[in-house]
Write a protein that binds this ligand. Structure first.
Ligand code: PSU
Ligand code: MN
Length: 305
């Protein structure tokens, strides 16, 4: 075992045996969701994966060391740590000297998942191009990471606060395939529709597994982005959302929020403005993504058996 990366015995064995494994990120519970809901959601995500007959691999940095397959105890420690860091890929090596806990972003999680041999990853919403990026240059490191780590990435689209059109253009530039799950409208994270169309629709875990197998055979390095809209009865009121997002960006400007703080600030602002409704939608879409990811992992495992 490397002193710089721990893979839990359960995950290592499942990967070796070709069993279905689903990677889960930790920034969603260290920075994306408030306490105590954060631990509950992290625990529930693991349970959904297990109930579907797959092995969960929650990924994060525990006391300086990247871990693939955090224990529930480690997850709880990260979720309650007031000084927890947010680790993208470039922060991962710093744990070797700072010994701190950190939630790993989609970028860092996809990289660690791929290193550990995991090919399916579920999250809520992707990072992407921020509003005003033409002057701030603020684009999530998720974009480039998703062009380099071949995993099936199930999400409900890019986070609603982003410039979704620019984000989709970047995915094209980076040759990252984007498919809708039973839809040709790119989802809008908290809501079913972002208003942007995507060219390709897949309708089953089998089809997703086939496209991913083709991608691997063609030696493509990118992820396969599966865009799964939030369940209809659990979406946030679309009429409400636009105004709230505008207010949220105005607050970023007013309070000079910068860098890694921007995304958590926006999500928390929207949660408060919607009286918690955005949080319910976020949890609902995450559950649905975890569940689809587990089905895809089983399909990939069946195909490789
Ligand atoms: N999706 C959620 N909640 C989150 C995030 C995604 O539902 O908190 C996190 C992911 O970890 C993603 C990160 O990688 O936000 C993007 O942050 P930034 O825009 O600073 O790259
Ligand atoms: Mn950023």
């Amino acid at each position: 075992m490397s002193p710089f990366l721990t893979v839990s015995a359960e995950v290592a064995e499942a990967v070796r045996e070709g069993l279905p494994v689903v990677a889960l990120e930790s920034t969603i519970f260290t920075h994306g969701l408030p306490r105590p809901r954060n631990v509950e959601v992290a625990e529930e995500a693991e349970r959904i994966v297990r109930d579907a007959g797959a092995v969960p691999a929650t990924i994060g940095v525990h006391r300086g060391r990247p871990v693939v397959g955090l224990t529930m105890e480690q997850i709880t420690e990260l979720a309650h740590d007031d000084d927890v860091l947010k680790a993208g890929i470039r922060e991962l090596p710093l744990g070797a000297v700072n010994g701190r806990n950190a939630g790993t972003t989609i970028a860092a999680t996809s990289q660690l998942a791929h290193s550990a041999g995991i090919s399916v990853f579920a999250t809520g919403g992707l990072g992407g191009v921020h509003q005003g990026a033409e002057t701030t240059f603020d684009e999530s490191a998720d974009l480039v990471a998703l062009s380099r780590n071949p995993v099936v990435m199930v999400s409900s689209g890019a986070k609603a606060v982003l410039d979704v059109h620019a984000t989709l253009e970047r995915f094209e530039t980076l040759s990252v395939p984007v498919v809708g799950y039973r839809t040709t409208t790119y989802p809008g994270f908290y809501v079913r529709e972002s208003g942007f169309r995507i060219a390709h629709q897949l309708d089953s875990p089998e089809e997703i597994a086939s496209v991913f197998a083709a991608q691997r055979a063609l030696e493509m390095t990118s992820a396969l982005l599966v865009a799964n809209p939030v369940p209809a009865d659990e979406q946030l009121d679309p009429a409400l959302l636009q105004g709230v997002i505008e207010k949220a960006w105005a607050a970023v400007e007013d309070q000079s929020v910068e860098g890694q703080q921007v995304t958590p600030f926006l999500l928390d602002f929207i949660r408060r403005e919607t009286g918690g409704a955005s949080l319910d939608a976020n949890v609902a879409l995450y559950r649905s993504n975890v569940s689809l990811a587990a089905e895809v992992a089983r399909e990939i495992s069946r195909g490789s058996a």
